[in-house]
Design a protein around this ligand. Structure first.
Ligand code: ARG
Length: 675
């Protein structure tokens, strides 16, 4: 319900008695200036035209440029029979009464354009923004609703790659956005923390892991262990295969009845195979010795290439994972420590990005029972079929693109998809969500489409509330030295690079109190803004020099714009009371009008972002805002002006700073006051 009474009393204080307002729950009349105008225009236009106000409200649209008004309506959308849209537009514009809400109503072809009265905007929007506990832009559309946002979801012992970074940034934004719109938000990190690679990791760690290293830097250490043990595993496999070839050739030499020519051929092959087997055995030996100092074969001379049957890392790993799956406490405790230490480390890194999770979940947390439950349900619905002991589902019947999906292997083990099916049910049971958002790369479009379709086939009505927010790839994200990236490393490097950029301006640099901290915050903004600047589906190139620049639409530029507004505020030394009581009739310049019209859009911008789930909607708006503010500096002086004029202008600048600050925090940045 809109609290129209609050809006009416505010308008009456401004001398607008019994304002024409259409009261509808679809509009946030008290909190969103555009909705206030929508309520007014729909009521008045309805009286003139006889069209239902409910039809008018959604037809009032934003314009591309301020010279076309603040809201515009395409008359054909109102479906009035008889007259031509052009005629109706002209007729209604003519009949439109003069009102304190609008400075102009114009007909343009089949459109009617509405120009908000700037004085009314100054008087309503500025005090609303500057109110002590301003929640300008917030709304209660989500009140009483719960949304799950699943995001980041990296894999333990594997790199935190660009896809995880994007998921983290976009998911953090979507969580905050929903919170501001009144939803209760549950943030879930669904870790890749299960699978046979953990058997491999555990035996790798037993062979050459290092306790101190694990405690100090679990993420990098586990990755190192994993890389080493998996390359040893591969080397062993190759050496084993080569040794088998040698044995097979030797066996065929002994066969009776081969011609001399054939024997000669086999001998040639055998000679080659022995060389190859010896080489691979050496590689495997090196890899194995790195892993295991006590390995019985320590020396090249110990190897007989034909009989080199290396210690089977592969089967050890499988056996280990089997113990984990069977719930063997000892096997699980090792894995559990890896998981916990990784989570602790991730938590501090996420904190740097202002991100906190409600729950660290993961593939390992999905119960056998929930997975079996889904399989049973699908079986009952008659949509599963078996192939050589494995269970599959043919989704192509419903949508060609969905194809077939495997949900249980012939040995009865689960898959990534099976675990997601179980996880979805568990989440619904636990949270009864109204919406569940998966922030996952577009590479997994098919996976999520299959998941959603299967939940739908199970007959869960909430399947329609599952949303995949996808995104494109980042090209060339590596550290500046070109190695594999971990989130932490990227943030450290950005900080250092930003610090270097800052040091170039010696004078300014010396005024910054804690340059390291500022470099960190500005550096993080650089990474985040680069990521959120264009539509999610677009790929982009990770570009160090462009993203760290203060010129152009970058994170550092937004930070600079914010700190400059802070500095204007500091120097003006005008009290909050003076700003609230300022005489806005002194604001007459077109650039001031452009600024207030833009500030009035902010709550609507958040609603648009809520609709398209695009951070770029907010980012583009903040750039538009900061560009206008920057044009204001040449015209709207504060220093050295009459106190009344200075106060009015300062109130406008302070409002701009509030909105910029609010938008930056929404995006996950920490605005700095000096830089
Ligand atoms: N851990 C996965 C990966 O790195 C992403 C998980 C996405 N979420 C999900 N529910 N499947 O690819």
């Amino acid at each position: 319900p809109s609290d129209i009474a609050a809006a009416v009393s505010r308008l009456e204080k401004l001398g607008i008695s019994s304002p024409a307002l259409y009261d509808t729950p679809a509009l946030n009349i008290a909190g969103n200036p555009f909705d206030l105008f929508r309520a007014n225009i729909s009521k008045t236009l309805s009286e003139i035209s006889g069209v239902e106000p409910d039809l008018i409200v959604p037809a009032l649209e934003w314009t591309m440029t301020p010279d076309r008004g603040d809201l515009v309506i395409a008359i054909p959308r109102l479906r009035v029979k008889g007259k031509k849209p052009d005629e109706l537009a002209a007729e209604w514009a003519e009949k439109y009464p003069s009102t304190p809400f609008l400075s102009k109503v114009a007909a343009k072809g089949p459109f009617m354009q509405f120009f908000f009265d700037p004085q009314l905007l100054y008087k309503t929007v500025i005090p609303e923004i500057l109110k002590q506990d301003s929640k300008y832009g917030n709304s209660n559309v989500g009140a009483g609703k719960r949304v799950i946002v699943e995001f980041s979801s990296p894999n333990i012992a594997k790199p935190f790659h660009a896809g995880h970074l994007r998921s983290t940034i976009i998911g953090g934004f979507l969580s905050s956005l929903h919170e501001r719109l009144g939803y209760e938000v549950v943030r879930i990190n669904y870790l890749g923390d299960w699978g046979k690679q953990f058997g491999l990791l555990a035996i790798g760690f037993a062979k050459f892991g290092n306790e101190a290293e694990l405690e100090r830097d679990p993420i990098n250490h586990l990755f190192k262990v994993y890389v080493t043990v998996s390359s040893a595993q591969a080397a062993e496999k190759d050496a084993g295969a080569a040794a088998e070839t040698v044995l097979a050739l030797k066996a065929s030499l002994k066969k009776e009845g081969a011609s001399d020519q054939e024997k000669a051929d086999i001998e040639n092959k055998l000679a080659e195979a022995e060389i190859k087997a010896k080489e691979l055995a050496k590689v495997a030996l090196d890899a194995v010795v790195v892993l295991d100092k006590d390995h019985p074969l320590k020396d090249e001379k110990d190897i007989d290439p034909a009989y080199f049957i290396p210690r089977p890392i592969d089967s050890e790993a499988k056996a280990y994972f089997k113990r984990m799956e069977d719930g063997d406490e000892e096997a699980l405790s090792v894995w559990k420590r890896f998981r916990e230490l990784s989570i602790t480390k991730y938590t501090t890194t996420y904190e740097r990005l202002n991100i906190h999770y409600t729950e660290y979940s993961g593939e390992s947390q999905v119960s056998e029972a929930s997975m079996q439950g889904v399989i049973d349900l699908l079986e009952q619905k008659g949509v599963l079929y078996e192939d050589r002991g494995a269970k599959l589902i043919d989704l192509a019947k419903y949508n060609k693109k969905l194809g077939k999906a495997l949900i249980q292997k012939s040995d009865g083990t689960s898959l990534y998809l099976t675990r997601d099916l179980g996880a979805a049910i568990e989440r619904y049971e636990k949270y009864k969500f109204d919406k569940m958002i998966y922030v996952v790369a577009a590479q997994q479009d098919l996976h999520l489409a299959q998941l959603f379709k299967m939940m739908d086939l199970c007959g869960f009505p909430w399947a329609k509330d599952m949303v995949h927010v996808n995104f494109g790839m980042v090209q060339g994200m590596s550290t500046r030295r070109g190695t594999v990236v971990f989130l932490d490393t990227i943030l450290e490097e950005t900080k250092d690079a930003m610090h270097d950029v800052m040091k170039k301006n010696q004078v300014k640099y010396e005024q910054v109190e804690s340059p390291e901290e500022v470099a960190d915050l500005v550096g993080i903004s650089a990474v985040m803004i680069q990521d959120m600047q264009s539509k999610r589906v677009n790929n982009y190139k990770f570009d160090w020099s462009r993203m760290l620049s203060f010129e152009g639409d970058t994170g550092p530029y937004l930070q600079y714009a914010h700190s400059r507004l802070c500095s204007v505020e500091r120097r003006a030394e005008i009290s909050h009371e003076q700003l609230m009581a300022a005489d806005f009739s002194l604001l007459t310049e077109p650039i001031a009008e452009e600024l207030i019209r833009t500030l009035a859009q902010y709550p609507d911008v958040l609603m648009n972002a809520h609709r398209n789930l695009e951070p770029s909607t907010v980012v583009s708006y903040l750039f538009k805002l900061t560009h206008i503010v920057s044009s204001c500096y040449n015209i709207l002086w504060v220093a050295g002006q009459e106190p009344a004029l200075a106060a009015a202008r300062m109130a406008l600048y302070s409002s701009a700073r509030e909105v910029l600050n609010s938008g930056m925090i929404l995006l996950g940045l920490t605005p700095v006051e000096r830089m």
